[in-house]
Design a protein around this ligand. Structure first.
Ligand SMILES: [Zn+2]
Length: 192
């Protein structure tokens, strides 16, 4: 099973994930924009386990294919223990692809949820605080900063997790539905 990110309760706006840029000020009320909680699903009992840190989560995710997550991997936990968290619409869930490499040391991978909940955008922050949105930008940065020449370009992955439709807050859906069904949400992306 795939590891998932979970983003925060919809009402509670204050995103505390360190990789979170501030929500655009024009938004009438602050919406959820980034990842709040990390979780992985046990391959055996299918319960969800909260993963404490992003680093740990990235580790689990990067090895998911060869080594599926199971409850025992969490210290002192077994499949007999109740789930840490339930998959439901009290928060918006986004599902990651397994196998995304761990973020190179010093860099920070960041994900921001679009205001219409249509998708998350992935980017990297360099050790110097620069925001890079494409692999070309990463390559240019590495070229310009020989100090990072050992960083592997293939460790940068812009695949963003899938936003789970059934966990998108109703008010977000309503906003979007005026312009049609879900497939038309892309039309709103310029706003993001
Ligand atoms: Zn289990």
């Amino acid at each position: 099973m795939v590891a998932k990110y979970v983003s925060k309760d919809r009402e509670n706006c204050d995103v505390r994930s360190p990789d979170t840029p501030k929500t655009s000020s024009k938004s009438p009320r602050v919406a959820v924009r980034s990842i709040d909680t990390y979780a992985a699903q046990c391959d055996k009992c299918l319960k969800w386990r909260v993963i404490a840190t992003e680093e740990e989560y990235e580790e689990v995710r990067s090895k998911m294919e060869e080594s599926p997550f199971v409850c025992d991997k969490k210290h002192g936990v077994s499949c007999d223990d109740p789930a840490d968290i339930e998959y439901n619409a009290t928060r918006t869930w986004v599902i990651d692809r397994p196998g995304i490499p761990k973020t190179p040391v010093g860099f920070k991978r960041s994900l921001v949820l679009r205001r219409d909940f249509s998708k998350m955008d992935a980017y990297y922050i360099t050790p110097t605080g620069k925001k890079l949105r494409t692999r070309n930008e990463i390559a240019a940065f590495i070229d310009a900063n020989p100090k990072y020449k050992d960083v592997n370009l293939s460790d940068f992955n812009f695949t963003s997790p899938k936003v789970m439709e059934d966990t998108i807050p109703e008010d977000a859906v309503r906003k979007v539905s005026s312009s049609g069904n879900g497939s038309k949400r892309k039309a709103l992306k310029e706003e993001a």
